[in-house]
Design a protein around this ligand. Sequence first.
Ligand SMILES: [Zn+2]
Length: 88
Amino acid sequence: MALPRRCSYIGNGSDCQLSPSFIVSIESEEGEYMIAAVCQDHRDEMSTKLKNLQHKNTIPKGKTKFQEMTMIGTDCLRGRDDESATLF
Ligand SMILES: [Zn+2]
């Protein structure tokens, strides 16, 4: 799965346009699933949303993990001119 270039959180009918800061994955008995990426601002909202989705069995049950994306080369994320032009 390719890393998303934007936050996966969708709230109030609109997509978040920020670059993601955390990889969201679920640690279940069968393994770890990477399911989304979120920005700093939506970390808590995403956590709440995932609990609801797990409650409805939409996504696998397990511990949700937020891993900082600084672990993954930021150069790769910054590489595209079109994106950086809008950010700075
Ligand atoms: Zn966001």
